[in-house]
Design a protein around this ligand. Structure first.
Ligand code: UDX
Length: 418
């Protein structure tokens, strides 16, 4: 047994504890496993307790948890800063114990793969004689905006930003936190600090692929050695022969996959709109109402993921209008749904994982960006790759039902030039 494990390389993986960051990290790990790399994924006890293992066959990914130490929150900190500090305190105090335990068992970690949101992990790796690989989970175009902020070379002139290797970005196309720098200052700091240890990292990994963001990737690669590892969509969905190889996932939510599949099986090819705003977006009540009536007005069938924390925002008389034309679920296996022949388009917030998944599975998008990178992702989808349309919000930031219905009609009826 010992001989077998000795022939493997051991690495640590530390994802940032949000669904949109865990997914690409786990998929990257899934691809390392067949290369005889043993992965130990580390998170905190509290995060580990709320994560469910989705599927698993002969995986070599081990999960270790570290205690959540109390932190002093007497300072005036916002929720992002508190959760960030808590995570940092837990990982830095708990990691040495995990490394020691493995060393005592005769195993030596060679490297730490860590999320770009936690750049301080590089020093932790180097101090313990390991290499550090940083994983960026957002598009290189978006990361480059933060890179320029970090370097002090981001200039907004006449409401536009023009940067090397990138399309010109108007204010509505910039990452939302950059467009309105005072909105979430501590979160913006996290994005900009992604580059604080970038130059010292041993590997710089981006969840994208070369043809997708060719020019900006070339520009970045001219400055630093980088690697693209995307799209991190499990190949079992794009190549059924690989089924079983990449089937390990970790989720904060329990999917209602059976009811979705049974419902979709009864629908005609490309007749259903799939709707999801990801794991984190928090739509205001009015926006939920506009989406609901926009979908009803479009006259197409739709499958809408409404997380249980969002359910109370649905209009009261809406569910009685659904009949068999609409299905609401709290969570689904998005890849299975997007792969279903009945799906005709994806009404999405434009999260980077959702964008890559729709792109990889050939589903056109109607993008209703909410915040952070989604505004820039929407620009790429609609104007650069032309694989979807963008729903424009009004001056209060609300996308109205008429706009939403028009967007899905364009895509479902093929009038969007797609
Ligand atoms: C966030 C950001 O929006 C995203 O742009 C950033 O790069 C990562 O963090 P999130 O808002 O959750 O993530 O969106 P997204 O990136 O699209 O990730 C959602 C993930 O959850 C996708 O992998 C999607 O397949 C999965 N999902 C979503 C499900 O498995 N089931 C669902 O019902 C809904």
């Amino acid at each position: 047994m010992e001989q077998e494990t000795d022939t493997k390389t051991h690495i640590l993986a530390i994802p940032f504890p949000l669904q949109g960051h865990i997914n690409p990290m786990v998929q990257l790990c899934n691809r390392l496993v067949p290369r005889r790399i043993h992965v130990t994924l580390v998170t905190t006890v509290s995060i580990g307790a709320s994560l469910q293992i989705q599927a698993c066959s002969n995986t070599m990914i081990t999960i270790e948890t570290v205690p959540d130490p109390p932190i002093d929150v007497r300072e005036n900190l916002d929720e992002y800063e508190i959760s960030h500090r808590r995570f940092r305190a837990a990982i830095t105090s708990g990691l040495p114990g995990i490394i020691r335990k493995q060393r005592d068992a005769g195993l030596h970690f060679k490297a730490i793969v860590y999320d770009s949101f936690i750049p301080w992990m590089l020093d932790v790796a180097h101090e313990r004689g390991m290499k550090g690989a940083v994983l960026f989970t957002q598009p290189c175009t978006v990361c480059s905006v933060y890179y320029h902020m970090h370097k002090g070379s981001l200039e907004i002139q006449r409401d536009e930003v023009s940067l090397p290797g990138m399309p010109v970005l108007g204010l509505k196309d910039l990452p939302s936190l950059v467009c309105d720098m005072s909105s979430y200052p501590s979160l913006l700091e996290v994005f900009v600090k992604q580059f604080s240890t970038f130059e010292k990292a041993d590997w710089r990994l981006f969840n994208t692929f070369d043809k997708l963001e060719e020019e900006i990737l070339k520009w970045m690669a001219n400055k630093y050695p980088i690697r693209t590892i995307g799209p991190t969509v499990p190949s079992m969905y794009t190549d059924k022969r690989l089924l079983g190889n990449y089937d390990y996932g970790l989720s904060f939510f329990k999917p209602n996959t059976d009811s979705c599949m049974k419902w979709l099986d009864k629908k005609e090819d490309r007749s259903v709109i799939y709707v999801s705003f990801g794991s984190y977006a928090d739509l205001v009540d009015k926006q939920m109402r506009e989406v609901a009536w926009g979908l009803i007005n479009s006259k197409f069938s739709f499958l809408w993921v409404v997380r249980d924390t969002e359910e109370s925002k649905l209009p009261r008389d809406f569910t009685s209008e659904l009949h068999d034309n609409g299905l609401i679920v709290n969570w689904c296996s998005q890849l299975e749904v997007l792969s279903h022949r009945a799906i005709g388009c994806f009404l999405t917030h434009g999260g980077w994982n959702s964008t890559l998944e729709a792109l990889s599975l050939g589903v056109p998008m109607v993008v209703m960006p909410q915040w952070t990178d989604q505004t820039t992702n929407a620009k790429l989808v609609a104007d650069v790759w032309k694989i979807g349309v963008r729903v424009t919000a009004d001056e209060n930031g609300i996308a109205m039902r008429e706009e939403i219905a028009a967007g899905v009609n364009d895509v479902m009826q093929g009038d969007g030039g797609l």
